[in-house]
Design a protein around this ligand. Structure first.
Ligand SMILES: C[S@@+](CC[C@H](N)C(=O)[O-])C[C@H]1O[C@@H](n2cnc3c(N)ncnc32)[C@H](O)[C@@H]1O
Length: 196
């Protein structure tokens, strides 16, 4: 990928969508964070090189890849769908980024203590959706939605004071008993929470 193509991806959601393989295109509007939102989130989470950011449910890697292009922090994305992880790794190579990695796994297998900050964009929403899913691999399952969210909230409960969590379009994910809301943007959809 040449310099101009990289620069376009870094500022334009359509350019990012067009850089994806046809087989994983068509989900940007509903499922991947917009570039402008990612830049604010990455800034809030901290751009220092010792910051290790975990994207909980990383999809095609958009948050991690754009974040890594604009930060010295290290980004790790965990994603349960293998084809999305493959796509994310391909783009990482094309963009020649060294501060980003992707793990093909369910979030329940991840050790949260290895990370210093977290990004949460409604990763389990497909368990509550009757339409608009990425594919049919995630079934409607209300109990799974709440169990997964509880798992993440429980991990974050053990995070040290000062740990940052940015959440986007995730009104049902309540961490207010352990974290303080410290910033909001994009009509309140993007929120910065800090462990008290
Ligand atoms: C709303 S998308 C967000 C993608 C990315 N974080 C972004 O902002 O562009 C949520 C992603 O979480 C993934 N996901 C759902 N359940 C998961 C689980 N249990 N473990 C890991 N990833 C999961 C989905 O496959 C989907 O790609």
């Amino acid at each position: 990928m040449n310099k101009e193509e990289k620069s376009k991806i870094n500022r334009d959601d359509n350019a990012f969508e067009n850089a994806l393989k046809k087989s994983v295109q068509g989900h940007s509007y509903i499922h991947w964070t917009p570039v402008e939102v990612i830049k604010t989130a990455a800034d809030w989470l901290g751009t220092e090189s010792d910051n290790k950011i975990l994207d909980i449910g990383s999809g095609v890697g958009k948050f991690c890849l754009i974040g890594a292009m604009n930060s010295r922090a290290h980004f790790t994305g965990v994603e349960t769908r293998d084809d999305l992880v493959e796509q994310a790794i391909e783009l990482k190579k094309e963009l020649k980024l060294s501060n980003v990695d992707f793990i093909h796994s369910d979030i329940v297998n991840i050790d949260f203590s290895e990370y210093t900050s977290f990004y949460f964009y409604n990763p389990f929403c497909e368990h509550m959706a009757l339409s608009g899913g990425i594919d049919d691999r995630i079934q409607f399952d209300e109990a799974a939605f709440y169990n997964y969210q509880e798992f993440v909230a429980e991990q974050l409960k053990h995070a040290p004071k000062g740990t940052k969590l940015v959440k986007y379009c995730s009104p049902d994910f309540d961490i207010s008993t352990d974290f303080d809301l410290t910033n909001m943007y994009f009509e309140g959809q993007l929120q910065l929470w800090i462990r008290r």
